[in-house]
Ligand binder design. Structure first.
Ligand SMILES: Nc1ncnc2c1ncn2[C@@H]1O[C@H](COP(=O)(O)OP(=O)(O)O)[C@@H](O)[C@H]1O
Ligand SMILES: [Mg+2]
Length: 616
């Protein structure tokens, strides 16, 4: 009976917002995909094979009946030769072979449908995750998201498999066999069989549902014990400092004792389940055998009928053996799938408006009109920020850390929508154009560059995936990273490590600059793009950045003021307010915050430069 009880299973089977029914329906739309005729044909054939397998299965008790009747000389064929029994024996074998063969065909034909459904769901979820806002992703752990997808796809696999290979065939068998019994042996036998099965199923589901609490406790206690053990071992030294080994052991033992108790409960209640199931089935068998024995005695049934009735019952009972397990797992699969489908129904915070148009090609004039913004409701970051970067101009934003400089770049890129005010590019509100066209027009070198765990060539080429190797090398040259790359043993094919950890901050920044050069957008945005470089490399790159940004609208967020002295306008941002604006000379004359910062940095930079010269 239930002997798959030890298979590990997760505890969060609480029902969620989506109903199981709508989850199953969603899944069905993936199985019966409208634009895949080939898959629909497969589904149809799988169902046909499934029917054929069940019909073949139901045949074997029939054949058994004729065989027994033949051998006992009943059924009016007493004088038949030995040929008939042999033919029936062969037919019996054939029925079994057909049953298995059709079953295998059903699985083989359906495999592609199931796997395609899994692939489509995973792909849709993945695409959807990329469409969700930066805010959503900042609030979620990436590992958690991928686990939801992994569990969800496993759930689909399990559900489809057991639906098609266990639940539906069992259901068909019940219908077929009860029908046959009614037809062959009359309503009494058929009703007894049906009642036995319904009782069996009801009992199993109810007890399994009740037993779930022990499973949940087991899982909870298990992870509790685990956390305690890990925490205790992590604090190995502290435990020694205080000589608290016994105390730790007691704490751990308490947790595993809870597990022990729940596990014992789970196992003993499994015995109840099995005993109950056995009792119900035996009662059914006894009744059926009693009725058929009576039938034989009365002469209304043959010995063959007696044997066949028993065989029919056995045929039904066998797939129901794992019902408890299947029920539990299906429930879990539904919960896991729901979690995944819920991800799919998370609304996009930043969405293209219904009639979004492409950003019109223009010179790339950027304007912020009285922008107010905060990441969270009760903490405003930008206060009434207005500025304009005329086409081809260079505007710099400077100010202390935390002033909101990077926030401006995220708003321009529309990672977030403003709370009030407008941002326009060439007079078009960025909310009204497609995100794709907006983002294609802007090239960002961010403050912190994260690289893909791939080669340098791939990472630079990411700026324009169809770029040729020559173009990539040219971009690397412009970003002054070519000599570094050529010195690597693997050159452009060197791997950069996870998140680019094998490169220094400055090297990563140069890779980021190179790929933005390759993208060649209308508008450039450098967010402290050279802050991780020493001043000599910075000067080198400044040259190439100047080259690249010639005739392009450029917004530079700078830490080192010496890199923006040539800007057409400099905004000093402090606490989200634009506190000063003007060009370098105007700002120096003002003798305000900018002039202060400048004086301080000149001192430091003069010293640094001397130091660097002395060292080189
Ligand atoms: N995703 C976020 N959620 C909430 N607050 C944020 C988020 N990102 C940045 N902030 C806050 O916004 C303020 C401005 O940040 P930022 O624009 O990155 O400053 P900086 O001028 O140094 O680039 C900081 O106080 C920071 O704590
Ligand atoms: Mg910043």
């Amino acid at each position: 009976m239930e002997n798959m009880d030890n298979i590990k299973f997760d505890s969060h089977a609480e029902s969620s917002k989506r109903s199981h029914f709508s989850t199953a329906l969603t899944l069905l739309t993936y199985v019966w995909s409208p634009d895949r005729t080939d898959l629909k044909i497969r589904v149809v054939f799988a169902v046909l094979f499934l029917l054929a397998a069940e019909i073949s299965a139901v045949f074997s008790p029939y054949i058994l009946k004729y065989l027994v009747d033949d051998l006992t000389g009943e059924g009016g064929t007493a004088e038949v030769l030995i040929v008939v029994p042999i033919a029936l024996v062969i037919a019996y074998g054939a029925a079994r072979v057909f049953q298995q063969g059709f079953g295998e065909l059903r699985d083989a034909v359906f495999a592609k449908v199931g796997q395609n459904a899994i692939r489509q769901v995973s792909l849709n979820t993945f695409k959807h995750l990329h469409r969700l806002s930066l805010r959503f992703h900042m609030d979620r752990q990436t590992g958690g998201l991928s686990r939801v997808i992994e569990r969800g796809t496993k759930g689909i696999d399990f559900l489809l498999r057991f639906m098609l290979f266990n639940i539906v065939p069992t259901f068909l068998k019940i219908v077929f066999i009860c029908g046959i019994m009614w037809f062959e042996y009359g309503p009494a036998m058929s009703l007894i069989t049906a009642a036995t099965l319904i009782g069996y199923i009801y009992f199993t589901l109810a007890v399994t549902e009740w037993r779930l609490q022990y499973r949940r406790t087991m899982n909870e206690k298990d992870s509790e014990a685990n956390t305690k053990a890990i925490d205790s071992l992590l604090n190995f030294e502290t435990v020694k400092y205080f000589g608290n080994e016994d105390h730790e052991s007691r704490r751990f033992d308490k947790a595993i004792a809870g597990y022990e108790k729940a596990a014992v409960r789970s196992q003993t209640t499994l015995a109840y389940l099995n005993i109950g199931q056995g009792f119900i089935i035996s009662t059914g068998i006894v009744l059926v055998l009693f009725l058929s024995a009576q039938g034989v005695a009365n002469g209304t049934m043959t010995v063959g009928d007696f044997v066949a009735a028993h065989a029919f019952l056995m045929l039904l009972i066998q797939p129901l053996n794992f019902l408890g397990f299947v029920y539990r797992e299906i429930k879990q699969s539904l919960v896991d799938m729901e979690k995944m489908f819920e991800l799919l129904s998370v609304n996009r915070e930043i969405d293209d408006v219904a009639e979004a148009i492409e950003l019109k090609a223009g010179q790339g004039e950027i304007e912020f009109h009285n922008v107010n913004f905060g990441y969270e409701e009760n903490r405003q970051i930008l206060h009434d920020v207005s500025f304009k970067v005329k086409a081809g101009q260079k505007v710099a934003i400077v100010g202390p850390s935390g002033a909101g400089k990077s926030t401006i770049s995220r708003i321009l890129f529309r990672f977030y929508d403003v709370n009030s005010g407008r941002v326009t590019i060439d007079g078009q509100d960025i909310k009204e154009v497609t995100q794709a066209s907006l983002r294609a027009a802007i090239g960002i070198v961010p403050q912190d560059t994260v690289l893909f765990n791939d080669t340098i060539l791939y990472n630079v080429g990411y700026g324009r995936p169809d770029a040729s190797r020559e173009e990539i090398e040219e971009a690397a040259r412009l970003a002054s990273i070519d000599t570094f790359i050529e010195k690597l043993p693997d050159g452009y094919d060197a791997m950069v490590g996870e998140r680019g950890l094998k490169l220094s901050g400055g090297e990563k920044q140069r890779v980021a600059i190179a790929r933005t050069i390759l993208k060649a957008p209308r508008i450039l945005l450098f967010d402290e793009a050279t802050s991780a470089l020493d001043s000599r490399t910075e000067k080198e790159i400044q040259k190439s950045l100047k080259e690249v940004s010639k005739d392009r609208t450029t917004l530079v967020i700078a830490h080192r003021l010496s890199t923006v002295t040539d800007a057409d306008e400099i905004l000093v941002l402090d606490g989200g307010h634009v506190v000063e604006r003007g060009n370098h000379h105007q700002l120096l004359e003002k003798q305000g915050q900018y002039a202060d910062m400048w004086a301080r940095q000149q001192e430091v930079e003069g010293y640094q430069e001397k130091l660097e010269q002395a060292l080189s």
